[in-house]
Design a protein around this ligand. Structure first.
Ligand code: SF4
Ligand code: SF4
Length: 498
């Protein structure tokens, strides 16, 4: 589709992909200049900027329908501008290397989720890491080396790193490693079960500069949360951890994995998040790790849809209020990035709900409701595995997504032993995940269904980890959690224990 324009784009970007001794990355500096920042450039960089970079950004912004004000706000004025700028540079380098693709592949991931430890103080039924028993992990020094390597990805550096687990706060060196990471990577976050978020630990998170804390809560009541997390008393501790983060003014998100036993409680958890001023993240049930043993807990497509619609309506309403305020006053204080889902069908659902109200926008799954991404939803592409994001295991193994099982087929290499750029550029499994044209469809009852036949495959693509889990490692199989694939769900779940 882009074969005619790609050679030209590659040539143009190559000319401005200059690492100048005096100015640093010209890709980043010229973008800052384009957005209005007073950036001094040496003579030769200034010529490249005037003749090539600036006109290129002008045309690009017009094609992408990006409002300059939105871009300025994201890249320059916002607290996390540095992460956005690195993301932008990785995108440009990705086009230089692989051309424009739908969805696109940057020259390195925007985010890595690092399962920092296999240890955990809870025993949750759905743990993708099957955490709790000892396996070799990176030492503190190896963790530092890992961060050094991540900060040099594609000569630009990783924009965002998230510590997960197991329970990351269990490791005694967590704060030391996180502090080191914050010096080298602009956006640092932690995903935790919340039980160790004492006032002291939360203060330390703040001191270290952790930007975002995501806390798992699987029930609005002690009974539901504790029975799923399988340690009595953890609900109170988690709730206290959430309050401590909110009190400390940390960007706090409550995350719930939706399944059959807590579906009724999710609206209450959403309400709790709203009352506390926290964000809400819905995690999809993915049959991997311990969750594979409890696959009967997975939501049916109808149940999943009902939940996505609850969140989708909230987003549409926030979005429209923000738009109305912006039209009326020229700016808005309404935050639209309040509800997220790891379920890539979210983009499809929001698109439909907006359309029903006569509007034309959507979100992009994990990047839900970031105002301004709606014009590039198919470029961002829903499921980001192996493109926008990868997972890192506690021993340094690299995986396409933390929700993939860990085995010889899914380990792409090791961060200490292998060259990350070589993996990123060449790994066959990654390229399979980046290619939506090969997604499969099936004939059932005279109907063709499956992600391969879906008009939304470029804004969604289905959760590839769920496809892998349900179809014995078939990366191109349909995500049977989607309402459009309900007939496949019915077939597959006939064998589930009841
Ligand atoms: S069929 Fe697949 S690509 Fe289409 S909306 Fe459903 S999960 Fe997404
Ligand atoms: S496979 Fe894709 S949609 Fe599924 S959890 Fe991973 S990144 Fe998200």
């Amino acid at each position: 589709m882009f074969s005619a324009i790609n050679p030209l784009l590659k040539t143009v970007i190559k000319k401005v992909d200059v690492e100048c001794e005096q100015d640093g990355s010209l890709l980043i500096k010229s973008l800052k200049r384009f957005l209005g920042e007073d950036v001094h450039l040496c003579g030769s960089c200034a010529i490249l900027d005037r003749r090539i970079a600036n006109p290129f950004y002008q045309i690009g912004a017009r094609i992408m329908r990006s409002e300059p004000r939105f871009m300025r706000d994201r890249f320059l004025d916002q607290e996390y501008g540095e992460a956005w700028l690195k993301g932008f540079a990785l995108m440009m380098k990705g086009i230089e290397k692989y051309g424009i693709r739908i969805p696109f592949t940057p020259a390195g991931p925007f985010e890595i989720v690092w399962n920092f430890t296999y240890s955990c103080n809870l025993r949750c039924k759905h743990c993708y890491e099957d955490a709790g028993f000892h396996r070799p992990e990176l030492t503190t020094d190896q963790a530092f080396t890992t961060i050094d390597k991540l900060s040099k990805i594609a000569n630009i550096g990783l924009p965002a790193l998230s510590f997960s687990g197991g329970e990351p706060l269990i490791r005694k060196d967590f704060f030391e490693v996180a502090a080191y990471a914050k010096k080298k990577i602009p956006y640092i976050s932690i995903a935790t079960n919340g039980t160790l978020l004492t006032k002291d630990n939360v203060k330390k998170l703040k001191e270290v500069g952790v930007d975002y804390v995501e806390i798992s809560l699987d029930g609005a009541s002690k009974e539901v949360h504790d029975s799923f997390r399988r340690v009595p008393g953890c609900f109170e501790k988690t709730m206290e951890g959430i309050r401590n983060c909110v009190d400390e003014n940390l960007d706090t998100c409550i995350a719930a994995t939706a399944h059959k036993e807590n579906l009724d409680e999710i609206p209450k958890i959403i309400e709790l998040a709203q009352d506390l001023g926290a964000r809400f993240m819905h995690f999809n049930y993915v049959p991997t790790g311990r969750a594979k043993k409890h696959v009967e807990l997975d939501l049916s497509p109808k149940e999943r849809l009902s939940l996505l619609e609850i969140m989708g309506r909230k987003i549409v309403s926030l979005y429209l209020r923000a738009k109305e305020e912006e039209q009326r006053t020229g700016k808005t204080s309404i935050k639209t990035d309040r509800f997220f889902s790891t379920c890539p069908q979210f983009a499809s659902v929001v698109k439909r709900l907006a359309k029903e109200g006569g509007h034309d926008f959507t979100v992009s799954a994990h990047y839900a409701a970031k105002k301004g991404v709606e014009n590039v939803a198919n470029f961002l592409g829903g499921c980001g595995t192996g493109r926008l994001y990868v997972g890192l295991e506690p021993n340094g193994d690299v995986k396409p997504c933390v929700f993939f099982p860990t085995n010889e087929n899914t380990i792409l290499g090791n961060i200490l032993e292998d060259d990350f750029e070589h993996i990123w550029d060449n790994n066959a499994l990654l390229w399979k995940l980046r290619t939506r044209e090969k997604l499969e469809s099936y004939e059932i009852n005279g109907q063709t269904i499956g992600c391969g036949n879906c008009e939304d495959k470029y804004i969604c693509g289905g959760c590839r980890a769920r496809a892998y889990g349900y179809f014995n490692g078939n990366l191109n199989a349909p995500d049977i959690g989607c309402i459009d694939n309900e007939e496949l769900w019915k077939k597959a779940t006939k064998s589930f224990p009841t």
